[in-house]
Design a binder for this molecule. Structure first.
Ligand SMILES: *Cc1c(COP(=O)(O)O)cnc(C)c1O
Length: 360
């Protein structure tokens, strides 16, 4: 069996130990004689799985009792609609920070339901930095204030959370949830598609403060009302059962490693190896500088499209795959989420050194 080091931005690599456990339990989950995929979502066995997943996530993120954890479908992109449908009804206004493609898509969706105020944007420089935020420009009447904590495509990261007072802070945390520690109390809603740091695609995790549930606009589809899923314990309809099971295994894997703080230390070390090399290389360079750098997605370039293409091709031959940058940015991008072992980053850096020598 030849496993590669997969630097995909998403769906992304999963911990090998988790895949092995799932493989072992594929045909007969804990003596039930069936796969989790074949099991009623109302069975006792699945009840234990979804409750176990929630308990582990609560432990990992120290989620306070006044927050609900929802296991939904539709990806982060459906949250782009659910958030305004549920939170914009009061004043019809919301604040957004525009830090990339995902923020833009979130804003485009929110504009269908109310007035979007762009507090700040980094679009002028292809989203290569995080714009400075001035609390004086925040709308105190906004139904919520939306940020993207980690910008998957551009490799930027919000280091200092804005202080939004009584306006609930809503975060798209798709690409760095469980990759670094956050105080959940700072947020009204955290949402994330699972396929970067938590499991397979098809599962979306929402962590929502209870007082933000129940205010959906009248026209909100029942499936897009947080109350529907909160009241039903995420079992209003058939949830993404297998995704929830896989996420549970990933949560347990992070707990075994020491939790999110331990994971963050490992991630910082991994990212440091790569950034250190990039900052000292005469061929390769990072496209983001300073504090705004993501520790999950690291875009980099050589300065020549031909060399970029050659690098991506030769790296793949070494088992270092999916290094091509997003089509809107070009160059390369190494996504080094929780499941990327340190050894994968070391191998990447060593190959970059060799490539640099051979091509200068
Ligand atoms: C991947 C990603 C999305 C899109 O997620 P889907 O689950 O495909 O809808 C949204 N936001 C961020 C920050 C992402 O990384």
């Amino acid at each position: 069996m030849a496993r590669v080091y997969n630097f995909s931005a998403g769906p992304a690599a999963l911990p090998e130990a988790v895949l092995q456990k799932a493989a072992k339990e594929m045909l007969d989950y804990e003596g039930t004689g069936m796969s989790v995929m074949e099991m009623s979502h109302r069975s006792a066995a699945f009840g234990d799985i979804i409750q176990g997943a929630e308990a582990s996530l609560r432990k990992l993120m120290a989620i306070p009792g006044n927050y609900k954890v929802l296991f939904l479908q539709g990806g982060a992109s459906t949250q782009f609609a659910m958030v305004p449908l549920n939170l914009m009804g009061g004043t019809g206004k919301a604040d957004y920070v525009n830090t990339g493609n995902w923020s833009k898509k979130a804003m485009a969706q929110a504009r269908r339901y109310g007035a979007v105020h762009v507090v700040a944007s980094s679009e002028d420089k292809t989203f290569s930095y995080i714009p400075k935020l001035d609390a004086g420009t925040f709308d105190p009447e906004a139904g919520y204030f939306h940020i993207t904590t980690n910008n998957t495509i551009y490799g930027t990261h919000i280091t200092k959370l804005p202080d939004t007072g009584t306006v609930p802070l809503v975060a798209d945390m798709s690409s760095n949830i469980l990759g670094e520690a956050y105080d959940v109390n700072r947020f009204g809603i955290i949402y994330a598609g699972a396929q970067k740091n938590m499991g397979p695609s098809g599962l979306t995790v929402v962590i929502i403060r209870e007082d933000l549930i129940g205010g959906a606009m009248d026209s909100t589809p029942i499936m897009l009302d947080y109350k529907t899923h909160a009241d039903a314990g995420s079992l209003y309809n058939t949830p993404p059962c297998y995704g929830i099971y896989m996420a549970k295994l990933v949560f347990e894997w992070v707990l075994d490693l020491g939790g999110v703080a331990a994971m963050e230390r490992i991630n910082r070390e991994k990212a440091g190896l790569l950034y250190d090399f990039l900052d000292n290389s005469s061929m390769f360079s990072a496209t983001v500088s300073g504090d705004d750098r993501s520790i999950m997605n690291v875009p980099f370039i050589t300065g020549s499209d031909d060399l970029n293409a050659k690098f991506i091709k030769e790296a793949a031959a070494q088992g270092l795959v999916t290094l091509k940058g997003h089509r809107s940015v070009g160059g390369m991008r190494a996504s080094i989420y929780n499941a990327m072992p340190r050894e994968g980053v070391v191998r990447l850096v060593n190959f970059m050194k060799t490539f640099e020598k051979e091509n200068t």
